[in-house]
Design a protein around this ligand. Sequence first.
Ligand code: NAP
Ligand code: MG
Length: 404
Amino acid sequence: MAKIQMKTPLVEMDGDEMTRVLWQWIKDELLLPFIDLKTEYYDLGLKKRDETNDQITVDAANANKKYGVAVKCATITPNAARVKEYDLKQMWRSPNGTIRAILDGTVFRAPIFVKGIEPYVKTWKKPITIARHAYGDVYKGVEMKIDQPGVAELVFTAADGTVTKETIQKFETPGVIQGMHNMSKSIRSFARSCFNYALDTKQDVWFATKDTISKKYDHTFKDIFQEVFEAEYKEKFEAAGLTYFYTLIDDIVARVIRSEGGYIWACKNYDGDVMSDMLATAFGSLAMMTSVLVSPDGNYEYEAAHGTVQRHYYAHLEGKKTSTNSVATIFAWSGALRKRGELDGIKELQEFGDKLEAATIKTIEEGIMTKDLASITTMPKESVTQVNSEEFIKAIRKNLEAAL
Ligand code: NAP
Ligand code: MG
C-alpha cells in the first residue's frame, strides 16, 4: 500500500517520561509505516523547555495558531521535586496553561467507549463530553487570611476615578476572603467553542451555573450563553436538530446521572476540573479519556487527559516491562490526523484516523489489554490477555494492517 500523503504539517509537541516513550512507539508502529507523516516538531520535554527558557512552548503554541492542528504528548508541570530532579533554572509554568493562554480555548474531554469496560453508571450508553472553560474564576483568584477584626470590602476604581464599593463582611473573628474575576470576552468565546463543537460532533449542549445564588457573576455566564446562542447559533442548531439546554448546577448533576449520555456538558472552570475527573473515573479509566483544546478561531490541540505516568517510567528506566495504556495518546494522534485531513480535504487521512481508532477498540474488545483495563474489565478472565506496553501497540498494528 502506498503511504498516505499529507499537505499541511501537524504541529507535533513531544513530552515527558512514559508518554514520551509511548509517543515514539506509536509513531514507529502505527503511523510511519502507513503515512508520509509531515510534522513540525517541538520538543516540550522538560529538558528542552529549561534550555530554551520555555520559549519552545510559546513557539509551539504559535505554530498551533499558524497551522491549526496540533498533537501533544503529556508533559511534566514542574514542582519543587522536579526542579531538583531536572536541575531546572526555575519552576516553569504548566505547558498546558501557557498553550491555553495563547490559544484562548475551551477543553473538551470525552471517554472512549469499549465493550467490556462498563461505566459505573448503568444508564450511560454514550460518552458524555465535558467542555471546561479554561480561563479565570478561582484559578485567577486572589485571597487573604483575616486574623483580626475589621471590614472586608469589594472596591472597583474605574479608569475615570469613580469608585464602587460593596461590603463583603464585617469580621469580628478570624476568617478568609477571596476575589475572583472573569471577562465577558472569554465567556463569549467559551460559549462559541461549545456551540461550534456541538455542531461539529452533532451533540446537544447542556450548561449550568449557580445563577440563583450568584445573581451577577454566574448570571453573566448564563446571559452571555443565551445571547450568543440566540444571535449566532439558534438557526444552525434547529437545522441540525440539536438543542441548547440551561439549568442549575445541582439540577444538572442529577440529570447527568439519570441520562443516557451523548451530549456536551459545558462547565465553568472549577466545575469542569472536578466533574471531568469524576466522569473519567465513572466511565472506567483516566487512560481512556481524550482531550482536545478548541480555540474560538478554530485551532485544535489534541492530547491525552492523563499525565506522564511517572511511576511506570521509573520502572521502564530500570529495564522492567510496563503495562501502560497508550489508548488516549493514540486517540490524540487519530483525532489530529482526522482533523488535518478534514481541513485539507484528504479523505484517506480522515479514514486513517477512523481506522486507527477502530483497530484500537477492536484489540481491547478481543481481550488484549493493558493492566489498568484488565483489572476492571467485565470480560471473563479466560478471554483476557494482559499485555505490556509494546505488545499492546503491536497487537493494534495487526488489526490496523488488516483494516487498511
Ligand atoms: P498521571 O501521569 O496521569 O498518573 C497517575 C496514575 O494513574 C499513574 O500512576 C497510573 O496508576 C495511572 N495512569 C495514568 N495514565 C495511565 C496510563 N496511560 N496507563 C496506565 N495507568 C495510567 O498523573 P500524575 O502521576 O499525577 O502526574 C505525573 C506527571 O504528569 C506530573 O509531572 C504532572 O505534572 C504531569 N501531568 C501532565 C498532564 C498533561 O500534560 N496533560 C496532565 C496531568 C499530569 P498506577 O501507577 O497505579 O499504575
Ligand atoms: Mg483536576
